[in-house]
Design a protein around this ligand. Structure first.
Ligand SMILES: [Zn+2]
Length: 546
């Protein structure tokens, strides 16, 4: 019996004892009350939280956004003692863990699991985890989507039988594609009110899978965009995620697997891949901010109760690990921050931003209890898949390690010479430090000249996203008072590059923020991209910025 396991037993015993003492024992989630036939409405979640607060001084209820349809998006702060505000955390040696559920409102077990987690945590405010962790929970991020309950949503999902909500929010946007452009109140709230204010060391985002067939009810993976700090990605890959995997299997009796799908759904031996690597996905976005993030994807073909309990056990495993390894995590994040802030001390030649990258196998193969798929005829000539009864354990490469294949140099600073309030607002919402030139200056910079700009023919999240071709050229250029200047030796320097590099696969140019500046009214060709790169280090100290 290992240490974590004995802690779990102690926790369970204390839970049993406290059941009779506290009113919380009567408090059940909608899923529990209905024998897992239903999931909570927005009102159910809000009432549950009010009841929790009546029984415990260790939870505070806040709201961090208002949805398009006018619902307050809840944030639960759970800690002993409760911090008055994030400003009080400077000398607090606990770490902040943020768990959010229901970003896709048809994928509902996280919403049930976090309610149970909050209730069970508050039953024992003396437990060890409370000494090390401040827990933030958003139980229902996509509240508007949640309220569009229908039995016709996610019909491939095994329960709850009384229906679930929809994927999109009140603006018909996917919240898990909004982390860079910040066009939804929900994700803007997560970034400005949770990430910028509370700076969670670990973020967990709860979903349900759609893809391949296997036996494990719980899957999860980590942030993987290569423009985040490589040391943090490697720490997740080699240390934290394998430890959580073992702890969840051995101490919480929950079969689990790193998230992915078979490269060829009909051939389990083809390998296992996690495709989504851009920072528009919240988990990857957190990585580009140099923080740790975990994507929880529960298996769509497991029954609802199994998914809820599995998600609950995963969250407990993550919190156990966070509490036990708090100092290691804090140290790791501090080093990553220092590398960013002090990056101008090192040679810039080695410092590059990936505009293209590819997935490679992780060092360890992955073992999957696979279920082979068969094809059946679907609508409009498409084939559909169905589970066979052929179960087969395979050990295959896991394609989840993303490495650059094409880089550009990161400058000391970016200069934006159009006074664009939407660009400025986006950068500031992310928490990026933007200064303004206080005197006119002539500087040697790199400008990006555009050879070709093409928009996708199909709208994506309300955008005809851009693809750009061109090259950087040196130019001596005059910059007027008020030019925006964004230095890259700041904590969010990677994120600034991601948003401002013209060839970035998830930047502001791609999401149409600069469209109006790029094409002249008459004539052919293009205007230069209005963001310039300063590559001369000795200019930096003398640039007058207000
Ligand atoms: Zn999802």
């Amino acid at each position: 019996m290992n240490n974590a396991f004995s802690k779990s037993i102690l926790w369970f015993l204390s839970l049993l004892m406290s059941y009779s003492a506290l009113g919380q024992s009567d408090l059940l989630t909608t899923a529990e009350k209905t024998n897992y036939e239903s999931t909570s409405t927005y009102n159910d979640v809000m009432v549950f939280a009010d009841e929790l607060q009546k029984t415990s001084p260790y939870i505070r209820l806040e709201s961090f956004a208002t949805s398009a349809e006018g619902r307050n998006i809840p944030l639960w702060i759970i800690a002993n003692p409760l911090p008055v505000s994030p400003a009080n955390l400077v000398n607090d040696n606990r770490i902040v863990v943020y768990i959010q559920a229901n970003i896709h409102a048809g994928e509902v077990e996280g919403k049930e699991a976090v309610q149970m987690l909050a209730r069970d945590f508050l039953k024992n405010p003396k437990q060890d985890i409370f000494k090390n962790v401040i827990l933030l929970i958003c139980p229902i991020l996509n509240a508007d989507g949640n309220e569009k309950f229908s039995k016709q949503n996610r019909t491939n999902q095994v329960g709850p039988v009384n229906g679930v909500g929809v994927r999109y929010n009140g603006q018909y946007l996917d919240l898990n594609r909004d982390a860079m452009k910040l066009e939804t109140p929900e994700i803007t709230g997560v970034v400005t009110q949770i990430f910028n204010r509370w700076d969670p060391a670990i973020t967990v985002d709860c979903h349900t899978t759609n893809g391949s067939y296997h036996e494990e009810p719980v899957t999860f993976t980590w942030m993987m965009n290569p423009n985040g700090d490589r040391n943090l990605i490697n720490f997740m890959r080699d240390d934290m995620m394998p430890a959580v995997h073992n702890h969840l299997r051995d101490d919480y009796n929950t079969e689990n697997l790193f998230y992915g799908e078979f490269i060829d759904r009909l051939i389990p031996d083809s390998g296992w891949i996690s495709y989504a690597s851009e920072p528009r996905y919240l988990v990857n976005y957190v990585g580009v901010r140099n923080r740790l993030a975990i994507l929880n994807e529960n298996y769509v073909y497991a029954d609802f109760k199994t998914r809820v309990v599995g998600s609950y056990n995963l969250l407990r495993s993550i919190l156990d690990y966070a509490a036990m390894n708090k100092n290691k995590i804090r140290n790791l994040l501090e080093k990553a921050d220092n590398r960013m802030i002090r990056r101008n001390d090192a040679a810039i030649a080695s410092d590059s931003f990936a505009i293209q990258y590819e997935g490679r196998p992780t060092p360890e193969m992955i073992t999957i209890k696979a279920i082979e798929a068969d094809t059946i005829p679907g609508i409009k000539g498409y084939w559909r898949y169905k589970q066979s009864d052929r179960h087969r354990t395979v050990t295959v490469p896991y394609i989840a390690d993303y490495y650059p294949t094409k880089n550009v140099v990161i400058p000391y600073a970016y200069l934006i010479n159009v006074p664009d309030k939407e660009v400025l607002e986006n950068l500031r919402k992310h928490g990026i430090d933007v200064g303004e030139l206080s005197e006119m200056r002539t500087l040697e910079v790199e400008k990006f000249t555009i050879d070709n700009l093409s928009a996708e023919s199909r709208l994506n999240q309300g955008h005809y996203t851009n693809t750009i071709k061109g090259e950087f050229k040196k130019e001596v250029k005059e910059f007027v008072v008020g030019t925006y200047i964004i230095r890259t030796n700041q904590r969010l320097g990677h994120l600034a590059s991601y948003l401002l590099e013209p060839q970035s696969d998830d930047g502001l140019l791609l999401w149409n923020f600069f469209d109006k500046y790029l094409v002249p009214q008459w004539g052919e060709g293009y205007n230069p991209y209005p963001v310039y790169k300063l590559l001369d280090k000795k200019e930096i100290p003398s640039i007058p910025v207000k």
